[in-house]
Design a protein around this ligand. Structure first.
Ligand SMILES: *[C@@H]1O[C@H](CO)[C@@H](O)[C@H](O)[C@H]1NC(C)=O
Ligand SMILES: *[C@H]1O[C@H](CO)[C@@H](O)[C@H](O)[C@H]1NC(C)=O
Length: 492
């Protein structure tokens, strides 16, 4: 296969699968003996201890073809994640696995037309207006797998029912290092394309571009792989942005939204003077934006949104004023690229509306104490600053409920958090500049480790209102996921 990597090679899994028979993935054990009682397209069946069992690794067409390529066969999924000349690939336990043909009866209905072969891009798609409108949202099969794993650890049936619903909602795919970009970008574009080709409705995929040199200069938990130096800047351009550009150029017949570099420009607004690492990163952040805008902001089927932090970051009057200058300068530096707008509250917890707060000592005189008032103010300020296209979408993956945090600057794994509004286009009437609510941060993936000895430990993740113990950023956090399900608002 083209994508030669293993997210985590699990020797034990490979060993288990090589000894397995075809029937295990269908929920039946392997036979010890070899007497055939029945044969169907899945393979040869025997009966032992009063139960069906499978004989051998292959039925008429059910051979584990991927083993020869060094990958196990899928045992519990038939969701096609990627197809190439070798066959259909799924993902299990963070590793690629081969889907055995003729075995699709394992009870997994798949997720809507992912099962095409090598989908071929068609004619150029052109986004007109709101890219979230009149499209289907792509469901990330990897997240579905994570949720399935989470469900397998649950026993409460009402919680399981809520978790099942999570598999029907879209969230963004984070291209948070070069390797993950190589692994996730093209297969998901392919998946969305085959769904679009078979269903007839455009299928929108949202990716997060997130690998600037010196990334996340003000926090430790999500520091990136590239340092703020010239040689890493070259890698960002040639190994990351240029590769993304190539794929977007190829997959021109489907809509794509890009979230651009969360936290980076907000750090340029507030943290250059106070945080040396942000001062060191400044030229790379600015040049990086100019470069990526010129490369990625020129496709008719791709809409870009620059990250603007959240209400309790840039909401204060002086910060908004500075922000208008920084963002208009960045957009000009990327000309002739087009930027559709801005995305707020990415991976944060600030509620969409919080009528209990108004400007005063409680908000430290922030006049924008919720995301709605923040976007209203930003819309005004950015428009006055001469920015041409001022639209927004808001990350509502985890802001359904006010969390336990005592200070709105707390960002790590907040207890009491709940899933927020479901992904939807044009959610608020009268707010025509709000393109969508959408889930950028996949809920359940950790914000950062609470292990104080870890290299990327950030003090915020040890705070009183942070859930502990927490795994490294991006890894699955079961307890946190369950809390989000229970507290979902509106309820799941
Ligand atoms: C830049 O940082 C990388 C580590 O990511 C290091 O390998 C490289 O030597 C550095 N280059 C310079 C010019 O300092
Ligand atoms: C941080 O998140 C982890 C998992 O994401 C959770 O267990 C931990 O409680 C959270 N910590 C805080 C302070 O919210």
């Amino acid at each position: 296969m083209k994508v030669t990597f293993a997210l985590s090679a699990i020797a034990a899994l490979a060993a288990k699968v090589s000894a397995a028979c075809f029937s295990e993935r269908l929920g039946y054990p392997c036979c010890r003996g070899t007497e055939v009682v029945y044969t169907d397209s899945d393979g040869k069946w025997g009966v032992e201890n009063g139960n069906w069992c499978g004989i051998g690794n292959s039925g008429s067409s059910a051979s584990c073809w991927s083993q020869a390529l060094g990958f196990p066969c899928c045992t519990s999924t038939s969701t096609v994640y990627y197809s190439d000349n070798d066959g259909d690939w799924g993902v299990e336990n963070g590793n690629w696995c081969g889907i055995i043909k003729g075995g699709g009866s394992g009870g997994n209905g798949g997720n809507g037309g992912n099962g095409g072969g090598n989908a071929t891009p068609g004619e150029q798609y052109t986004i007109q207006g709101n890219p979230f409108a009149n499209v289907e949202f792509y469901i990330n099969p990897y997240y579905v797998e994570e949720v399935d794993n989470a469900i397998s650890q649950m026993s409460d049936s009402s919680l399981i029912a809520k978790a099942e619903k999570m598999k029907t909602y879209s969230n963004a795919i984070w291209l948070d290092n070069i390797k993950n970009m190589q692994s996730w970008l093209e297969p998901n574009l392919q998946g969305a394309l085959s769904q679009q080709n078979s269903g007839g409705t455009p299928v929108l995929t949202v990716f997060v571009v997130y690998d600037l040199p010196g990334r996340d200069c003000h926090a430790l938990a999500s520091n990136g792989e590239l340092l703020a130096n010239d040689s890493d800047m070259e890698r960002y351009k040639s190994e990351y942005i240029d590769v993304i550009e190539g794929h977007l150029k190829k997959y021109k017949s489907q809509p794509v939204v890009l979230v651009i570099e969360p936290d980076s420009l907000a750090n340029m607004v507030t943290n250059i003077e106070t945080t040396p690492a942000c001062a060191d990163s400044q030229t790379y952040y600015m040049d990086g934006h100019a470069y990526l805008l010129k490369k990625l902001g020129v496709f008719a089927n791709v809409a870009l949104y620059l990250d603007i932090g959240h209400a309790f970051w840039l909401g204060w009057d002086d910060n908004r004023e500075k922000a208008a200058k920084v963002y208009s300068k960045v957009i000009q530096s990327g000309a002739p690229a087009k930027v559709r707008g801005f995305v707020d509250n990415v991976a944060n917890y600030t509620p969409w509306e919080d009528p209990t707060l108004s400007r005063g000592p409680d908000t430290e005189w922030n006049p924008c104490p919720d995301e709605k008032r923040y976007l209203e103010a930003m819309h005004k300020d950015f428009t006055s600053a001469g920015i041409q296209s001022v639209y927004f979408f808001s990350d509502t993956s985890r802001n359904g409920k006010k969390t336990d945090r005592k200070h709105p600057g707390e960002w790590c794994n907040q207890t009491g958090c709940g899933i927020g509004a479901r992904p939807q286009a044009s959610p608020i009437s009268g707010m025509e500049y709000l393109d969508a609510f959408y889930w950028v941060k996949p809920i359940g993936e950790s914000d950062g480790t609470s292990d104080t000895s870890a290299k990327r430990y950030d003090g915020y993740c040890g705070h009183e209102t942070a859930m502990k113990p927490a795994p490294e950023a991006g890894q699955w956090f079961q307890k946190f996921f369950e809390e989000g399900l229970k507290n979902a608002n509106p309820p799941l």
